[in-house]
Design a protein around this ligand. Sequence first.
Ligand SMILES: [Zn+2]
Ligand SMILES: [Zn+2]
Length: 365
Amino acid sequence: MPAVTQTEMMAGVLKGPLDIRVEKIPVFSISPGQILIEIKACGICGSDIRYFHGENPWALHTLGVERPNPPNIVIGHEYAGKVVRVASDRDKPLLNKNVAVVCFRTCGRCDDCKRGNDQLCKTTQHIGHGAGWGTMDYYPGAMANFCIGWGDLAFPVPDDFPMEEAAMMDVIAVGVHAARQGGVRPGADVTILGAGPIGSAIQQAAFALGARRVFISDIYDRALEIANACGATRTIHSAKEPVVGIVREETGGRGADHVFDTVGTEKTFHDSLDLLAPAGTLVNMAVHGETLSFKGTAIGSERCVKTSCNFKVDDFKLGLEWLLQGKLTVKPWITHRVSLPDLPKSIRMLEEKEKHGAFKIVVRP
Ligand SMILES: [Zn+2]
Ligand SMILES: [Zn+2]
């Protein structure tokens, strides 16, 4: 198998803000517990666009601080592929298996990890984000022929399961975690503001947890079509229709038991509060630095406002089970398939998604 002995590979390297190049770099070496994965598919994420612009959304969301990115991050964290090398005997059964992978490893020792909030671990090693690795020539990422993973965080999928769908597991897990953070229970009415991939993942996770109805809004027609294809109860074009009015009408004035704001503007925050039924929970998925003000009565009657970060390994496992069972679908998400040399222009394409009808662009190195 020549792939395993290969020492160089092509990778999409973020040299600095607005400067991404597909170039030849050394294949990442692996240490005990790690595995090397031949990448079959890697999704371009909204956060990749933010890294491209020099932002560090992981630090902003998880640490609550602005932190600059080091040069030479190989971007890409939504990946799946075949295990071609392992560093520990324990992981030998994974060799030549197709796997879906958790793209980060938490420390297991800090106060957050010890309290079971490992999704908030500040010393997380993150694939495609440059975080937690110390100083490296190239920070590992999956927009490449090969990428690092961890044996205990890689989950085999059947040989005939499409790898581009397995690569969507990162997004699904974020949706599962959010739906659980929101406490979605059987029979619940749910409203989601923003029908991008995260919104669609929350929609499907909510149904899998037993939600009765899911209303979802966006201003992008393609996203609403996809929400419909994935089973939304009702889609709402928020530039043309009043979201709050429609949900209130559909729920007999009660509002939604769970509201997920994946947009994070002042307008969507206030709409979210207006949408909440008594004892309802609002989960804000897109925290920004602005000051938000609201009337105390907006959270009266035991209404609750919280956020959701990343996911736990358990969320990933549950989401993968649902995906393999066909309880949720990501087929309608994938609008474009491109090769690695097309990565720079594909990031631009996702930035102008309306023009290109793009929703999820998958790179197949
Ligand atoms: Zn992502
Ligand atoms: Zn930790």
